[in-house]
Design a protein around this ligand. Sequence first.
Ligand SMILES: [Fe+2]
Length: 326
Amino acid sequence: MPVPTPNLYPAFNTVRLSHVEFGVRDLARSRAFYVDTLGLQVTDEDANTIYLRALEERGHHSIILRKSDRAEAKELGFKVYDEENLDRAAAFFAGKDLPVSWVKRPYQGRTFLTRDPQGIPLEFYAKMDRLPPIHQQYSLYKGVKPLRIDHFNCFSPNVDEAVAFWNEIGFRVTEYTEDAESGRLWAAWTHRKGGVHDLAFTNGTGPRLHHTAFWVPTPLNIIDLLDLMSTTGWLANIERGPGRHGISNAFFLYIRDPDGHRIEIYCSDYQTVDPDLEPIRWDLKDPQRQTLWGAPAPRSWFEEGSVFAGAALKESDLKATPIVAP
Ligand SMILES: [Fe+2]
C-alpha cells in the first residue's frame, strides 16, 4: 500500500483548514458571484478587498477576494491549536529549510507564511477575530446556503511526496487513488478535522489550486443553485455535476468563479476521527471513483486550475491517465 503510516503525534497540532485569498480582476463581478449568487456573507470590504464568511463560521473570514491584475491563488490558510503550537509549526518549517516569515494580517493574530516542499504558499495562525454567530439568522440564508469551508484540493506533480510531507505534520489519509501499473499514488485525501479531507492532492502540473469547497446543508441546495445560476447569467460557470462522488461519498457540484477559480459545493461526507481508520483504496480506472453514478469528469477538470502566487510549476512524471468524458 503506497500510503504512509499515520503520524498521530505530529510536531504541532493543526485544527483545520481556514481560508484562502484569491486575486480577482473585477471585484464587482466576483462579489456578484460569491455574495449575490452563492450567498457568502460580507464581513468587511473596501475598494480593493472583500472578506467573506459562510453561515456557520465564527472566524472573520474564509475567503478573501483582492483586486489584482492576476487571477491567482495566494496562501492557503490553516488554523493551529494555540500560540505554542504556532511557534512549534514555525520551528518545524524552518527546520526543513522552508521559508518562514511572520506577517501582519488584518483580523488575525500572529501569522507566519511558509511553503510546503512543492511550493504551495501557506499561512498558519492560531487566533482570528471572532464574530457573533449567525447560523440561526435564517433571513441571511441565500444562494446555496454555504455553511463552512470544507477543503482544498491541489494539483501536485508528485502526490507520493506531497502525502509524505503532510502525513508527517499529522494530515491522515482517508481515501486514495492508486495507479495499479506503477503502484504510485495518483490522488489522496488527507484530514485534520474529522471529515474526509482538509487537503487533497491530484496528480498533475503543479502546484496549483484545483478547488476550494464549501459545505452546504443538503443536495437540494445544490439543485436550487443550479436553477439560480442557469437563469441569472452564470450558465457557462457550471462545470461538472451535480453528482455523488465515489471517493468521499459526498454530493457535489463544481462551478467556476469569474476568474476561473474553481469552487466545489459539497455535502454529506462521513466522520473520520478514529485514529485507526483504514484508508480506502480506489483504482484509477474504476468508473465509480469520480462519480458513484458513473459519469466521468470533463477534460477541464483534469487540466485547469488556479496558479499559486510565486510558485514555479512542474509537470508530473506520473503519466497515468484517468477516465475523461468524451
Ligand atoms: Fe473536493
